[in-house]
Structure formats: structure tokens, C-alpha cells
Design a protein around this ligand. Structure first.
Ligand code: ADP
Length: 635
């Protein structure tokens, strides 16, 4: 196909003839937290040589003085008899630091520590500092099935929020359109109001549909609420309605809303198979109504989910399904000659979008070489690019994170050690007597794995890691949610087995709050995926000072570089293994443990180094802006 130029349907010219802040009460737990930011306390870094009697420090360590020159040295004791953590401040005034006021959790707490109440995020002021505005501004509408934190199942939600915020901060007019899932917590939405009621087509009927407007972490959102049963239920996915038909409806309803409200965005940005029909609907219908300006971009977050669909189902949104059942459009070529043949909404989206992006350069190469969609990607190579995801550094910031019992940054990682102790106490993991200013904390590494429990994520390697970490004398916490019953049961058995032990915890649930605390507490974050289009856990982990241990695939290969590879020394930031067998994983874990225990000062230096790596959207949103600019219609 020719390279995409603004002003035409990307797929087939013949188509032109076919018509048709969240608010929660702050509580004493948070306001008493150790947090030199909260206290308005300014610290000043001093080298060990500046500090009398500080000869327990090695060259990579620093102490922090307040302006009143109080020595900020804290020792924590684990009083096993009392089941308490005692905090002793060696010198200086107690009021300055506040660790002693922490409400330390225990596994017996009536309310688990991650379900306590937390104060309001104030993201706008934190995110905007230092971002330059673009000169050539656009109107961008994201149409998506997920958005963090209100409707997040995995990385898709994070990406939409992070990219939308980055573009907003650069001055663009950005809107997110999301199904109004019944399970969305309304108290996270600022200024929620019904703004229009319109009708959108589904299966021979026009369904009355409400459009609500509100702000989610300072990003304007339109919520689409059909008055039928779609999007009802307690979860984002897996409700008792036909999901495929619900997203076909949603894709059309978003265009219908733009049409009835006279919107002419420069860019409609769709994500994943769920919104893959939108480009077809746009070029087939809405482009001939009043919407000539928009151009469509599709981001593929995971090619494994391709939106299998019958011709009849596609016809339910008003398209003629049989028109799209050809190899150069939307048919799944593996089903040609079968009865029935099947379509793929993702493939249709690829063919009919003006630009297609996937979420890392390595995944781009992988998808051009393997998988049934490779031939489609090759045919569409000139409009296909790989842009590494960023992380939302306003949401993921250990210096301001509302969920953390102690804040920290790359220049002061003491708060991280408090977080580790806090989590260990709260989950009932063994806590060694430790002094925060010595390296005794380097005895028991804490490994975390936060993931959807699906095969892609390397389930057998996660199970092996639990075993090996315990054998190696470390601790491991898995936070994961399974969607398959068999996987759920397997991990439930493991959770029971380890539930009362001293070193392993497996928590089978989704908890945004706990995920933040675990990233902050962890020494290492494990991402042993079989394949991983981009992966956010390793980037978030690094931002919170957890060293990644990853399998070399997709975006993991683009972001983590092995510490034992001398040619990498400038960029080395973790431990990488290649095989999908247990021995390969063991080798990486063993090397990580060895570094942690044998080279503690280098480890702490690496923690500080990885926290300063810029994986922010500010860094990568510009690449999306370039793609938007390459397809938009000017004037
Ligand atoms: P994917 O999109 O395949 O799920 P990513 O690594 O791109 O994987 O993104 C996963 C995101 O979801 C991260 O923000 C991670 O912290 C979060 N996450 C995954 N499972 C859970 C869970 N059980 N509880 C809280 N957050 C989770």
C-alpha cells in the first residue's frame, strides 16, 4: 500500500462509493506519614566526609541534614515479643521526621493496610512542571475500553491516561471516550454531568444513549451509556452481555456522538480490537455525513486479542459484514474455506486506519515476523511504527504517591526501606532486625510480581520463581488476578500453601493501592513474560527503585539491560534471561540475589540510577504527536 497521505481512506479508494479527583478523607495515617515533602521539610544532601562520626557509611551513601542540622538517622527494631516495630531516632527532633507516628499494619488488621483511606491525588500541579507547549495544536479523541484508574484491567488503561495527559500538558485539546461501565467508581470522576442523550444503531434498532462528561485525574472524559444491558456488571470485562456486540455498539456510538455534537477532531485514536471497527465505520459511513476532518490511528497493545467476529455480528453495527470478508480487508485468513469464515476487528482496524502503532520497537519486529497477522502487518508496513509506552510519572511518583507510608526519591531512598518494612509487617512476612542506615536490610531481598495471571505472563516461571526465591532465602509477593478458573485454582492452592509461612504471599485480586506499595517496597520486580508487547511493570518498578528481572522479549528487551553484560555497563539496569525454561529463570534470580547480597553498595547505587531513568510519557508523547501530524488534515 502507498504511504498514507492525509485526506483519503487508508484502505480502499473504492470505498468512497460505498455508503452507507476522586475525593477521600485524609486520615491521621497519611498525615502522620514519614514524608519530608509533607512536612515542608527541606533536606540537604551531605557527603559522608561532611559528617562527623559517620564512618559506617560507604562512599555511595549519604545522610540527610535538616536545616537545623539535626541528624536524620532512624533505627527500626522489631520487637517480636510485642509484635511491634519500634522506631528510635538517634539524634534530632522527633517532630521533623515523623516515622515514629506511622500506623504500622499487621496481617490481623480488620481493614487491610491497602484498603485504608487515602487523600486526594493532586495530579495537575505535579505533572505540568517543565512541560513545553507545542506550537501546532490538535484536537485528539481517544476511543478506548480502558482508562486508569477508573476502568483499568492492565496496561491499556495506564497508556490511555498517560498519553492523554502528556498531550494535554503540551497544549492539545484531548478527550477520552469510554463506556460508562456500571462498575466505574463515580467518586473518582470530577464534575460528572449528563450532557446529551442521542440514539445509536444496534441490530435494527436505535438505542437511546446517554453521554456524560466528567474529569478523571484532570483529563476530560465522555462516558457513553446505552440504555440497554451493555456494560452492566461488577467488572470491566466478562459481564453477562455479548462483549463483541457491546464494543461494536460503543464504536459506532462514539462516532454518532461526534456527529450529533458537531465535533471535528483532527485525530481519532482507537485502541485494541474493541474499537477496531471504528475506522471501518468512519470510512464507510461517517466520512460521508458531516465528519470529513478526522484521521484515525490505531494502537495495538497486544496482538493476541484480535476480536474474532462473524459477518452477521459485524452487520449488527450497520456495516455490511460480507463486504469486509476478504483477505485484503478483515477476514481472518486462517478461516478461509471454513464454515463459517471469521473476521477480525483488529485486522479491519489495521487495514482501515491511517496509521498503526504498536507499543515497542522490538514488538514491532516480532509482529512482522511471526503470528497470523504478520502478512497484514507487512502489507501495511509503511504506516506501521513502534513507539515505546511511557509511564504516567504524575501517577507513578514515589516522592508524592498518596498510597505510600513513606515517600522517597532517587536522592533519598530511606523512605523505600520504610515501605519495605511496612509491607513486610502488613503481610506478616519475617522482618529482620534492621537498621536503616546500615546494610543489614540486604539480607532478605523482596521480589514482587504484579500481573494479570494469564499464560502470556509466564505462569510456570512465576510458580518456579516462588519456589526458587524461597530456597534462596528471599521473600516474594505475587499480586495477580486470573481470568481462567483453572489458573485461579492453581494459584489459590499456592496461596493457601504459603499463606502462613514467613516468606511468600500470593494475593489473588486487583488492587491499585497495594500495587503502588509493593513497587515501593520491592528490591526486585519480576516480569518473566513469554511475550510482552511493552510491559509497564518493569518501568514502574524502576521508578520506585525495584531492579527488574525480565525475560528478553518485546518491550522488556527495549527497557532492561543486563548488569552482568559488560558491554552494557552504561545502561545496565537489571537482570535478563532468554529461555522459557526454569533453569534460565533460576540463573537470573541467582545472579540478582548474588549482586544484592555481595555488592550492597553497588546495589543501592543501581537503585538510585534506575529511579532516574526517564521512561515518562513526556519523553515519548512527542513520537505520537509526530505520527498524528503525519496523518492529519490541515485547514
Ligand atoms: P498488561 O497490559 O499485559 O496487563 P502491562 O505490564 O503493560 O501488562 O501493564 C500492567 C499494569 O496493570 C501495570 O500498571 C500493573 O501494575 C497493573 N496490574 C496488573 N495486575 C494488577 C493487579 N492484580 N493489581 C493491581 N495492578 C495490577
Amino acid at each position: 500500500m502507498e504511504s498514507i497521505t492525509a485526506g483519503c481512506c487508508p484502505a480502499f479508494s473504492f470505498l468512497s462509493s460505498s455508503v452507507p479527583k476522586r475525593i477521600r478523607r485524609s486520615n491521621s495515617y497519611i498525615s502522620n506519614c514519614c514524608n519530608y515533602y509533607d512536612y515542608g521539610y527541606k533536606s540537604e544532601k551531605k557527603n559522608k566526609n561532611d559528617i562527623n562520626g559517620a564512618n559506617f557509611l560507604n562512599s555511595s551513601q549519604h545522610l540527610y541534614y535538616s536545616h537545623s542540622q539535626n541528624l536524620k538517622t532512624i533505627i527500626l527494631h522489631n520487637n517480636k515479643a510485642l509484635g511491634q516495630v519500634e522506631v528510635e531516632q538517634l539524634e534530632g527532633s522527633k517532630a521533623d521526621f515523623g516515622y515514629e507516628n506511622l500506623d504500622w499494619p499487621s496481617p490481623n488488621d480488620e481493614i487491610p493496610f491497602w484498603k485504608r483511606e487515602f487523600p486526594l491525588w493532586d495530579l495537575a500541579s505535579r505533572a505540568s512542571a517543565g512541560v513545553e507547549k507545542d506550537s501546532d495544536l490538535m484536537h485528539i479523541i481517544h476511543v478506548t475500553a480502558e482508562m486508569a484508574p477508573i476502568a483499568k484491567v492492565g496496561g491499556l488503561g495506564d497508556v490511555v491516561t498517560g498519553l492523554a495527559r502528556a498531550c494535554l500538558l503540551r497544549g492539545h485539546n484531548v478527550l477520552v471516550m469510554l463506556p460508562f461501565y456500571e462498575c466505574i467508581p463515580k467518586d473518582y470522576i470530577n464534575g460528572l454531568a449528563l450532557i446529551n442523550t442521542f440514539s445509536s444503531y444496534h441490530d435494527g434498532n436505535w438505542v437511546p444513549t446517554n453521554a456524560y462528561q466528567g474529569e478523571v485525574s484532570d483529563i476530560p472524559v465522555i462516558f457513553i451509556e446505552p440504555t440497554n444491558h451493555f456494560f452492566k456488571g461488577q467488572n470491566i470485562y466478562g459481564g453477562s452481555y455479548n462483549e463483541l456486540e457491546a464494543y461494536l455498539f460503543f464504536s459506532r456510538a462514539c462516532l454518532e456522538w461526534m456527529q450529533v455534537t458537531g465535533r471535528q477532531p483532527d485525530i481519532i485514536h482507537v485502541h485494541e480490537w474493541q474499537t477496531g471497527a471504528l475506522p471501518l465505520l468512519y470510512w464507510d459511513m461517517y466520512q460521508y455525513l458531516s465528519m470529513q476532518k478526522p484521521r484515525v490511528i490505531l494502537t495495538i497493545h497486544n496482538m493476541e486479542h484480535y476480536g474474532e467476529c462473524s459477518k452477521e455480528q459485524l452487520s449488527k453495527c450497520g456495516l455490511d459484514g460480507s463486504v469486509y470478508a476478504t483477505e485484503d480487508k478483515a477476514i481472518d485468513e486462517r478461516t478461509i474455506g471454513h464454515n463459517p469464515e471469521r473476521l477480525s476487528l483488529l485486522k479491519g482496524g489495521i487495514v482501515f486506519s491511517n496509521a498503526v502503532v504498536t507499543v515497542s520497537p522490538t514488538y514491532l519486529k516480532e509482529t512482522l515476523c511471526s503470528g497470523w497477522l504478520a502478512s497484514t502487518m507487512i502489507r501495511n508496513r509503511d504506516k506501521y511504527s513502534g513507539i515505546l509506552n511511557g509511564i504516567d510519572t504524575a501517577m507513578w511518583n514515589p516522592a508524592t504517591d498518596i498510597y505510600l507510608p513513606a515517600k522517597f526519591d532517587a536522592h533519598n531512598i530511606m523512605g523505600k526501606k520504610i515501605c519495605k518494612l511496612f509491607v513486610q509487617r502488613g503481610l506478616g512476612l519475617t522482618v529482620n532486625d534492621l537498621s536503616l542506615h546500615t546494610y543489614s536490610s540486604h539480607q532478605v531481598p523482596l521480589v514482587i510480581c504484579i500481573t494479570r495471571l494469564v499464560r502470556q505472563k509466564g505462569l510456570h516461571l512465576i510458580i518456579q520463581a516462588i519456589k526458587r526465591v524461597e530456597e534462596l532465602g528471599g521473600q516474594m509477593v505475587v499480586l495477580g488476578k486470573a481470568s481462567e478458573g483453572q489458573v485461579e485454582r492453581e494459584f489459590q492452592d499456592l496461596a493457601k500453601l504459603h499463606g502462613i509461612g514467613s516468606s511468600i504471599r500470593i494475593l489473588l485480586m486487583y488492587s491499585e493501592e497495594l500495587s503502588h506499595m509493593l513497587y515501593a517496597a520491592a528490591d526486585m520486580v519480576l516480569v518473566p513474560s513469554i511475550y510482552e508487547p511493552c510491559g509497564l511493570a518493569q518501568m514502574i518498578g524502576m521508578r520506585y527503585g525495584a531492579i527488574p528481572i525480565v525475560r528478553k522479549t518485546g518491550g522488556l528487551a527495549d527497557t532492561v539491560f543486563d548488569m552482568d553484560n559488560e558491554s552494557n555497563s552504561d545502561i545496565a539496569n537489571g537482570f535478563v534471561f532468554e529461555g522459557i525454561d526454569e533453569a534460565s529463570l533460576n540463573w537470573a534470580l541467582e545472579r540478582a540475589f548474588l549482586h544484592y547480597r555481595e555488592k550492597p553498595s553497588e546495589w543501592d547505587a543501581t537503585v538510585q540510577k534506575v529511579m532516574q531513568i526517564d521512561n515518562s510519557w513526556n519523553n515519548t508523547a512527542g513520537k505520537y504527536i509526530d505520527v498524528y501530524n503525519s496523518i492529519r488534515v490541515r485547514g
